[in-house]
Write a protein of this length. Structure first.
Length: 580
């Protein structure tokens, strides 16, 4: 068998011939920059649902610390912690009341320091969430703004405006909240009269900061330094595309989330993607550089097309940006190939690595999504008991294959807690147990994100599947999750967890994160995709037929099968070098 390591020009696709595979189309060269974050596997922890040590049914920092060794054993390079700050918890902690304090629900600052120390001992870096677009209405700055008069310096921290109409009874513009309803709420002034309106792109308890005010930038530099001084490796920046709004706050007839729709392209949305944003991140990059060259920023910048997203990771900007087009891609060969090729080209053009992600705390888990007749259904709105239900077995099979495909791509991969177990959403949560503000603001018309946030199953045969010592769980877990519990899967060499462990082991061994990519054209047929990264051939069957594998050694497959065939919804990694 032939051995060849692929290299290519980062600027454009080029053609070549492989002696065993035939024509190759090169689209990405190996990365010579060995900075850890360019190829890292980063594991997202949603603290409420990871592990409860206190027994109140809500996950906490000591619970995370106790189980961090499992993440290290999995093969991750870093953990990203969703918000654990002081908060009234109306939006799962994304409504921050104090950016420099730990909510008692999760523990103390000392608990955070213990977590960080344990992570360092295990070789894991810690990335924390930063929520700079908005805070909680209970934040001291917003409370001061409510008590102050219109036009005061206190109000300038936020976006207050007089209303329209004869007596200011109408919102200042027609913007809509991501969670449903108007993006404006009117306050009652100190004297009891109807007053100004404040902007909140999300819940009414989450007022947007006014980033035209330099005092806001000063406040967030203070927050950055607070956590950098405690040793964090960087920040995941929530809704990084939304901080700055267009002058004059013009009306917008497009989607509330700023996505493109007929007549309303994303780049025209006045609440997203404004040029002054990049001045903010350029300054943040300077702050991080004071602490060394290994601290990073990752943008949650949900903009389209992919080429626009690259502006968030251009030189001097953030280090990474989440690749939402990849997450939202149909499970089909043509669109998946297109989004991979376009992503690599767009990010290569600015010298940045591409990130890959399939699940997070805001979308239906891919083990459920890929089991739907329409995998795009409920992507950000959840799947409820009255909706069409996913085929769980099909979804988990496809999810495992999709994950193998993703983990072999060059760049950085983000994993969402529990995906290594193949967890699906809980689609049967009753209305009275739901907590997502989306559900409540829309009167249940949008199910919300609770289904993907259900606490993890750790041990079979225990109450709450071992999540909490008192058997409590803030969201209900499916009864049949015993078979998916971590202890059960850890003992099974064919389990979802075992496949993930082996994939991350091979990814590190063969340097796939810093590798190259070339499409193996002769094997991209009948609905299949095949690419070469270094000396590894990756195949994903997205069609309806069984496919014969080439005569190469199989290193890993998403399903344990006899014979040399790839069934629909399966993936495999094969070696271009003979194996001992």
């Amino acid at each position: 068998m032939s051995s060849i390591s692929i290299a290519a020009s980062p600027a454009a696709a080029t053609a070549a011939e492989h002696p065993a595979l035939g024509p190759l189309t090169h689209v990405h060269a190996a990365d010579s920059d060995d900075s850890w974050w360019r190829s890292a596997v980063i594991y997202q922890i949603y603290p409420r649902s990871f592990r409860d040590a206190s027994g109140d049914g809500v996950g906490d920092l000591p619970g995370i610390t106790a189980e961090l060794h499992h993440i290290a054993e999995l093969g991750a390079d870093a953990v990203w912690l969703s918000p654990f700050y002081a908060s009234p918890q109306r939006d799962g902690g994304y409504d921050v009341a104090d950016y420099c304090a730990v909510d008692p629900l999760f523990g103390t600052l000392e608990d955070f320091d213990h977590l960080s120390a344990r992570a360092r001992d295990l070789g894991l870096r810690v990335i924390v969430d930063l929520v700079p677009n908005h805070c909680s209405s209970e934040h001291r700055l917003f409370q001061a703004a409510l008590a102050a008069a219109p036009g005061s310096p206190e109000r300038e921290y936020f976006i207050f405006r007089d209303g329209r109409g004869d007596s200011g009874e109408l919102p200042p513009n027609n913007w809509q909240s991501h969670f449903g309803g108007s993006a404006w709420t009117r306050i009652t002034e100190a004297g009891g009269s109807p007053g100004q309106w404040y902007l909140h792109l999300f819940d009414s308890s989450q007022p947007d900061f006014n980033w035209d005010n330099p005092a806001v930038a000063t406040e967030f530099e203070r927050v950055l330094r607070f956590w950098l001084d405690r040793g964090v490796a960087g920040f995941r920046v929530d809704v990084a595309h939304a901080l700055v709004k267009a002058p004059g706050l013009p009306d917008w007839g497009g989607r509330a989330d700023g996505g493109s729709s007929d007549g309303f392209p994303s780049h025209e949305a006045p609440m997203f993607g404004q040029p002054a944003l990049h001045d903010v991140y350029s300054r943040w990059r300077e702050v991080l550089a004071e602490y060394g060259d290994d601290r990073i920023l990752c943008a949650e910048a949900n903009v389209d097309p992919i080429e626009r997203m690259a502006a968030w990771v251009a030189p001097g900007q953030q280090h990474q940006a989440f690749n939402f087009p990849f997450l939202a891609s149909p499970f089909a060969a043509e669109p998946l190939r297109a989004v991979v090729s376009r992503s690599l080209a767009a990010f290569d053009a600015v010298g940045a690595p591409t990130t890959w992600v399939l699940s997070n705390h805001d979308v239906v888990r891919h083990a459920s999504r890929l089991g739907m007749a329409d995998p795009g259904q409920g992507l950000g709105d959840g799947i409820g008991p009255d909706d069409p239900q996913p085929d769980t077995a099909l979804g988990r099979r496809r999810a495992r294959a999709a994950s193998l495909f993703m983990l072999a791509l060059p760049g950085s991969s983000y994993l969402y807690q529990g995906e290594e177990l193949g967890l699906p959403d809980n689609t049967a949560i009753p209305a009275e147990r739901r907590q997502d503000p989306t559900f409540h603001r829309t009167g249940g018309a949008r199910v919300g994100r609770d289904g993907c946030r259900v606490p993890l199953p750790w041990r079979a045969g225990e109450a709450a599947h071992g999540f909490s010592p008192n058997g409590m769980s803030w969201l209900p877990q499916p009864r049949d999750w015993d078979e998916l519990a971590r202890d059960v899967q850890a003992a099974d060499p064919a389990s979802h967890l075992s496949v993930y462990r082996r994939a991350l082991e091979l990814r590190r061994e063969f340097g796939l994160g810093t590798g190259s990519l070339a499409w193996a054209e002769s094997w991209c047929r009948h609905g299949a995709l095949a690419f070469v990264n270094g000396t590894i051939l990756v195949m994903l069957n997205l069609g309806d037929e069984y496919l014969e594998l080439p005569d190469l050694d199989i290193l890993l497959s998403s399903q344990r099968r006899d014979g040399r065939v790839l069934a629909p919804g399966e993936a495999a990694w094969l070696s271009l070098e003979p194996q001992a």
